[in-house]
Design a binder for this molecule. Structure first.
Ligand SMILES: [Fe+2]
Ligand SMILES: [Fe+2]
Length: 380
């Protein structure tokens, strides 16, 4: 038996995909335990106690903690669950299809022999409907990932101010799981299982023995993407219950991402260049997994398309300017990686990679540790 790496995987299991756009490698991963209610993931990290109870030794974390204690909303009381939700109207208003497709795909649908050849208005609408249910389902599963990952941070981080703050985040995430679950259950009345690429990413975050990797995978990458996705959905929907739900969740998520930036900024000062390079690779792997997730292979299957390869190829190969929505999802991640020094370390490896996937343009947007106050409910 080979020794596990700090990731908890043997070296041979590491992603090691030379070509991030290798379609066979993307589709090779499928969700094999759809029937199971429980998933076991081994956690290789040590649990740390600290006897240094000096509260406020890290003033910015302490400030976040104090803020969090007074920012707890109650999904049962503060949201109007008796609102009638009409999914079809919602999908039409959001023009969901425009955001999830691109011109290349519409052109592809017109080609002879295309698996989308039979698509008319009804099918495109259906695709928008399924995509919204799928999206909300992945938000739900991601929220549970955040709940579990942040509980792990409470155990593994050595600083008392971070343990305090993370404990408030655990409570936030419980509320997020609760409200997304209730919305899917009572308003959309449908759901998708977790996407396999998201599951792989959550597994990586939980397995890893290094406490800071939980932050990088969850607070910076997954929550950074979630914050951008929630903001976008919040902007385009007119469904009042969802709009308010997202606004409440966003006010918490901005704090969570800021928590990641503040903690890692300090810790990365201590790391060697080789260790920073491992963080760059982890961040890029996470980015690729999140990109793969948005190819939504299970939605295409549900639409009755067996061979999704040509569709995935079309989505991947579309020119950057057609991938507006997909690129927007990185608008919080890239500036935060820059703030952490991850873009330019090691001769700019991550900068090159982010340039290749067409998201580097966001690097100079405001980082979340500076802007989280703007997401407060008070400023809504
Ligand atoms: Fe959350
Ligand atoms: Fe969060």
């Amino acid at each position: 038996m080979t020794n596990p790496t700090p990731t908890g995987r043997s070296q041979a299991d590491l992603i090691g995909r030379d070509d991030a756009n290798d379609i066979e490698a993307i589709l090779e991963l499928t969700n094999t335990d759809m029937e199971s209610t429980i998933r076991h993931v081994e956690n290789h990290a040590d649990t740390l106690f600290t006897w240094d109870y000096n509260k406020g030794a890290r003033p910015r974390l302490n400030k976040l903690y104090e803020k969090a204690k007074h920012s707890m909303w109650d999904g049962e009381k503060d949201l109007e669950w008796d609102t009638d939700v009409d999914l079809d109207k919602m999908v039409e208003h959001m023009q969901m299809v425009t955001y999830i497709q691109n011109q290349s795909l519409f052109a592809f649908a017109e080609q002879p022999g295309s698996p989308l050849r039979h698509f008319g208005d009804k099918e495109w609408h259906e695709l928008g409907r399924e995509s919204l249910i799928w999206q909300m389902s992945q938000f739900l599963h991601g929220e549970q990932g955040a709940l579990v990952a942040t509980a792990k941070i409470v155990e593994t981080v050595p600083w008392i101010d971070a343990k305090y703050y993370a404990s408030t985040q655990v409570m936030d995430e419980a509320r997020h799981v609760e409200v997304f679950s209730k919305y899917l259950d009572t308003k959309l009345q449908d759901a998708y299982p977790i996407n396999v690429h998201l599951q792989e990413l959550l597994d990586d975050v939980i397995r890893d023995s290094r406490w800071d990797m939980t932050y990088l995978g969850m607070q910076i990458m997954i929550e950074g993407l979630a914050l951008a996705a929630f903001s976008f959905l919040h902007q385009i929907t007119d469904e009042p219950l969802l709009k308010k739900l997202l606004r409440y969740v966003m006010s918490d998520e901005a704090r969570h991402v800021a928590f990641g930036v503040l903690s890692l900024q300090e810790y990365y000062q201590e790391l060697t260049l080789a260790e920073i390079q491992e963080r760059q690779e982890f961040a890029f792997e996470a980015a690729v997994r999140m990109r793969d997730r948005f190819l939504r292979q299970e939605v295409w299957h549900r639409m009755g398309i067996d061979d999704v390869r040509p569709i995935i190829r079309c989505l991947l190969e579309a020119p950057d300017e057609e991938k507006e929505f997909q690129r927007l999802l990185f608008s919080k991640i890239v500036p935060n990686c820059r703030k952490l020094g991850l873009l330019d370390a090691g001769e700019g490896w991550l900068r090159t990679k982010f340039t290749e996937i067409g998201v580097i343009e966001f690097e100079h947007m405001e980082s979340t540790d500076d802007e989280y106050g703007a997401f407060d409910l008070a400023s809504a």
